[in-house]
Ligand binder design. Structure first.
Ligand code: GCV
Length: 737
């Protein structure tokens, strides 16, 4: 909040000068002056996220001032007002004072922003806005009335807001504002955060404090944080928020709570963010007094139609419902002998007259089904392809199990040409070390989005399924399970802000590169000093692979602690469900390790298109990063390196720990270049990560050795403790559970 302080100081100086400023004691003036001076290494708490707008160095400030000396931007709508406020706030931050507001350019260096309706002058400039649609924007450097100017133009107010943030990103990332010719439109229609926030403010799998939705104070009081949340999302193009947990409480659909939801919707609306709710399938019974929630029952259908009408009367731009049904104990249509399509279509029918959509989750598996859990979503949903109404998106997790550090892409992508499939990524790091491990998820998202499903031949990437381009769907979507809470830095750590950021950028354009986005984020978050940018981007780019190495190398998965999912517990065979135990997934014994999903095993490979199925099935072709996901192999299996599987496994564990040690050193070397508060936080968390990476390595190796009795490869250190030590650890306070 350094920026806010300096704005306050500016105001204070202004007031002082209007009064008898000469009467102000010299010491006070000196203090005011000191507070005004930009100190690059001043402590920052991370609240401003990537929208920091800190003062630019003199030369760049001079260049920018010449480019943006005036702002021509009528703002007849709340969205345009939000865009204008953001530009003024940012340029005041960059330059110490905002550009002059004028009705028409009177000197070189004007910035014009608007739609042809809000700023008719734009109509004279010959801009072609046709292809930009409802959310796109153009940013051009061009002469206006004979003077060099910069123009942000769009068909809609929201497009202007997105364009304003895009222009600011240019400044923040050190790009020149000369010769701009940018045209952007999102490739995915519904770009939405999923909050797993309960009504008691506990966040399921949340590691950043409590829910930001303060249900108690709502509807009367809207925390100013909601506006900053909206700004951050709009800066990325995120246009929706599901406010409550998919493990839903029907109470959210009662009038008392809908009034609260309306207040949030009103704050988010100017920023183009629609609110959605997770709907509990049995709500008609729980809050509606009906005897059934059967989706084919006339009374149930009427209840949902009335509920939709009630919601839209309060929130005319309500987005729709997200539903987790018949999964992990949640009620659903199968409780009444109906299919997922029956359930989704009933809700879709209720929402359709109002323009709402249903996001129906395919994260469905049952402990009563003896088949491989990885196969169950495909088995359930593939036969329903083409049976959903056209305002239904089926929301599919990126992999077939559950947000593991690495999974192959879900075989549903590409397998349901008649149904728009929405991607569900997890931003919160349930399985990647919570908020205290640095794991930049851009590389994970990119790996999944660029995977080739071969559904319609080579080049049928998951990204093209998700955008709807592959199978020609107009409706498309990407969801990210939010990592946001009441922590001052929003995400539980500075580096976790990058995961919110990269999700939003890739939801806008799934073909953006993880490295480029990391570069953007670092420049916006820590400044564009190459001595910072290069090493920090380097750390981020290797960080997720490090986590895979020390937690779940070579295709292993689901080895974490029961319930809270903290730390290693590969020996666990207890608990309520076999398909929640690590032993179900690794199947290790004295002879070998891995889940046989090949054609000789569960045949999960057959759920992929033929070229992919063949590659995963064939030991000679399967990428080694998925080896033990698809194959059960002897510990002595020869890897492509010539080492045995056991030797290679141990190497991966050690490599993961070594990478974290290197990241930690790199970060330590940046002390003094990054403000002390954020540097200290990340340094402390990297120390935790190094300790826990070692723990994962040692506990895992100790357990595998207890099964295979093999010696460690030469040069590899023995685990620090015997297996019993690791097995005796317990963490009743681990968060997010
Ligand atoms: C919201 C995993 C998580 C659960 C989560 C579930 C889901 O099982 O551990 O906390 O529940 O996924 O995505 O529905």
């Amino acid at each position: 909040m350094v920026q806010r302080q300096s704005r306050a100081v500016v105001a204070a100086v202004g007031q002082a000068s209007r009064a008898a400023w000469c009467a102000v004691p010299l010491a006070t003036l000196a203090l005011l002056l000191l507070a005004w001076l930009p100190f690059p290494a001043a402590a920052e708490d991370g609240y401003d996220l990537w929208l920091r707008y800190r003062p630019l160095p003199a030369q760049r400030a001079g260049e920018l001032r010449a480019r943006v000396s005036q702002l021509v931007m009528p703002a007849p709508s709340p969205t345009l007002a939000a865009a204008r406020d953001e530009l003024l706030r940012a340029f005041e931050g960059f330059l110490g004072r905002p550009p002059a507001m004028v009705d028409a350019p009177t000197s070189p260096g004007a910035l014009l922003a608007g739609t042809p309706a809000s700023l008719p002058l734009l109509r004279t400039l010959g801009l072609d806005l046709a292809a930009l649609g409802n959310e796109g924007y153009a940013i051009r450097s061009l002469p206006v009335q004979g003077r060099p100017a910069t123009v942000i133009a769009a068909n809609t107010d929201l497009g202007v807001l997105y364009g304003a943030f895009a222009l600011l990103r240019q400044v923040q990332t050190g790009a020149s504002l000369d010769g701009l010719d940018i045209r952007e439109a999102p490739r995915v229609k519904v770009r939405v955060l999923n909050h797993w926030d309960n009504l008691d403010r506990h966040v399921e799998r949340g590691y950043a404090g409590a829910s930001i939705w303060d249900w108690w104070k709502l509807p009367d009081y809207a925390d100013p944080r909601y506006t900053d949340y909206a700004r951050a999302n709009a800066s990325l193009g995120i246009n929706g928020a599901v406010l409550n947990n998919v493990n839903a409480n029907a109470t959210i659909l009662t009038p008392r709570y809908l009034a609260k939801v309306r207040t949030i919707a009103e704050v988010l609306r100017p920023y183009g963010i629609r609110v959605y709710l997770s709907a509990r399938f049995s709500a008609p019974m729980e809050i509606g007094g009906l005897q059934t929630a059967d989706p084919l029952d006339a009374d149930v259908r009427a209840w949902w139609r009335a509920k939709a009408a009630e919601i839209y009367a309060l929130i005319p731009d309500f987005g729709g419902f997200l539903v987790k049904a018949n999964s992990e104990g949640q009620p659903g249509p199968q409780d009444f002998g109906r299919t997922h399509a029956d359930g989704a279509n009933m809700l879709a029918e209720a929402l359709a007259p109002h323009g709402g959509i249903v996001m129906w989750r395919a994260f469905v598996y049952s402990q009563h089904n003896p088949d491989d859990r990885a196969k169950q979503a495909w088995t359930e949903f593939k036969p329903l392809d083409g049976k959903f109404r056209d305002n239904v998106l089926v929301q599919v997790k990126n992999g077939p199990i559950d947000f593991q550090p690495r999974e192959p892409f879900s075989p549903l992508f590409g397998a349901m040409p008649g149904t728009p499939l929405m991607m569900e990524f997890q931003i919160t790091k349930e399985y990647l070390g919570f908020a205290t491990h640095l794991a930049y998820l851009g590389t994970l998202y990119e790996e999944v989005l660029q995977a080739d499903t071969h559904a319609l031949g080579a080049g049928s990437t998951v990204a093209r399924v998700v955008t709807g381009e592959l199978h020609g769907h107009a409706l498309s979507g990407m969801a990210g399970v939010a990592n946001i809470g009441t922590d001052r830095d929003w995400c539980g750590s500075i580096f976790d802000q990058a995961n919110w950021y990269v999700f939003g950028r890739m939801a806008w354009n799934p073909d953006l590169s993880a490295r480029d986005i990391a570069g953007e984020w670092v420049r916006m978050t820590f400044g564009d000093d190459p001595a910072i940018v290069e090493p920090v981007v380097g750390m981020m780019m290797e960080s997720r692979e490090a986590v895979v190495d020390y937690m779940t190398p070579l295709g292993l998965h689901h080895l974490m602690g029961r319930g809270h999912h903290y730390g290693p517990m590969p020996w666990d065979a207890g608990g309520p469900r076999a398909d929640w135990t690590p032993v179900y997934y690794h199947r290790a014994d004295k002879d070998g390790i891995g889940f046989d999903r090949s054609s000789k095993g569960s045949n999960a490979v057959a759920q992929y298109a033929l070229p992919v199925a063949r590659r995963f099935d064939d030991l000679a072709q399967v990428p080694e990063e998925y080896l033990l996901w698809f194959h059960h192999l002897p510990w002595t299996h020869r890897m492509r390196s010539g080492a045995t599987l056991w030797e290679e496994l141990v190497r991966h564990y050690s490599r993961g720990v070594a990478t974290v040690a290197r990241m930690r050193e790199t970060w330590a070397g940046l002390a003094g270049r990054i403000d002390s508060q954020r540097h200290h936080q990340a340094a402390t968390f990297l120390a935790i990560q190094q300790r826990e990476a070692q723990w994962w390595r040692d506990a895992s190796i100790a357990y595998w050795q207890s099964l295979n009795g093999l010696p460690l490869p030469a040069g590899e250190a023995a685990p620090a403790h015997p297996l019993e030590y690791y097995q005796g650890l317990s963490f009743p306070d681990a968060p997010g559970n």
